[in-house]
Write a new protein. Structure first.
Length: 266
């Protein structure tokens, strides 16, 4: 992150950043919608293109199931003691930074719900699935902690990696009831260990039944390089995003197959 970006994120109110971001996204979406109308991606995504043309807009999830997710229906609560807003995830509190406005939290949380809809391509797993029970869950790119909060009743331990300073206090507050079960690492996961970066192997080398969930904005390959010893264990499972870079599905899939993994795609 550049110094200018860090200053911008530190001092610019999240509400203003959100509005600026929406204006930028709207401009790009308008350009993309015109291309969709001209049939730019129709050969590969006919049903999705037709659905967006019908709705008159670009959609992250251009499918009928997405219509049941309405952000204005999301309840945002205030913890008066901690002075922090939160939403409920299976009756467990997911906290947000106190400077986040309610409108932003609703939009943000609604997108999380859509991402983890079973029909979504971003859906990882059923949190109560037997394959997660009694495992050590590595949430690499944990962000707000939504996935970890979903799986916490079923796993033995969680190690959550998130380097965004905005989430430090919120994450600690969310997982305070499970202090002995959750370790939060405020560093990047990568292929080396230094002041700002750590390898998965530094934490997982002595663990059994490891599950890796990776969503790190295109740095997934680097994280896997730092998990060499972990990937050699026969009881390790991996859930990894492969859409950040064009060749990720081929590259990351090939890397994991080299360690003997069987690959399934969502």
């Amino acid at each position: 992150m550049s110094v200018i970006t860090e200053i911008y994120r530190k001092y610019m109110p999240i509400g203003i950043r959100y509005r600026i971001g929406k204006m930028r996204v709207k401009k790009v979406e308008e350009q993309n919608f015109r291309m969709i109308q001209r049939g730019m991606w129709k050969d590969d995504f006919e049903s999705e293109s037709n659905y967006m043309v019908k709705k008159g807009k670009v959609m992250t999830f251009p499918y009928p199931w997405a219509e049941k997710y309405i952000e204005n229906n999301i309840e945002v609560y205030m913890d008066k003691e901690k002075k922090m807003p939160y939403v409920l995830v299976d009756e467990r509190r997911l906290y947000f930074p106190k400077r986040y406005p309610v409108s932003y939290i609703r939009t943000y949380f609604n997108s999380l719900l859509m991402e983890q809809e079973p029909e979504s391509a971003h859906y990882y797993f059923n949190p109560s699935d037997n394959m997660l029970k009694n495992t050590v869950f590595f949430d690499v790119g944990g962000a707000e902690g939504f996935i970890s909060l979903k799986v916490i009743p079923f796993v033995d331990k969680i190690i959550l990696f998130e380097c965004d300073k905005d989430w430090i206090k919120a994450l600690k507050t969310t997982f305070e009831p499970w202090g002995d079960k959750v370790k939060i690492v405020h560093k990047y996961a990568g292929d080396k260990t230094n002041e700002n970066i750590v390898k998965i192997d530094d934490f997982a080398v002595s663990e059994k039944n490891v599950v890796l969930k990776l969503d790190v904005e295109g740095m997934e390959k680097s994280v896997l390089y730092g998990a060499e010893k972990t990937l050699r264990k026969s009881d390790t499972k991996v859930f990894v995003c492969t859409y950040h870079n064009k060749e990720d599905e081929k590259v990351l899939g090939g890397l994991l197959q080299g360690y003997g993994f069987e690959i399934e795609k969502s």
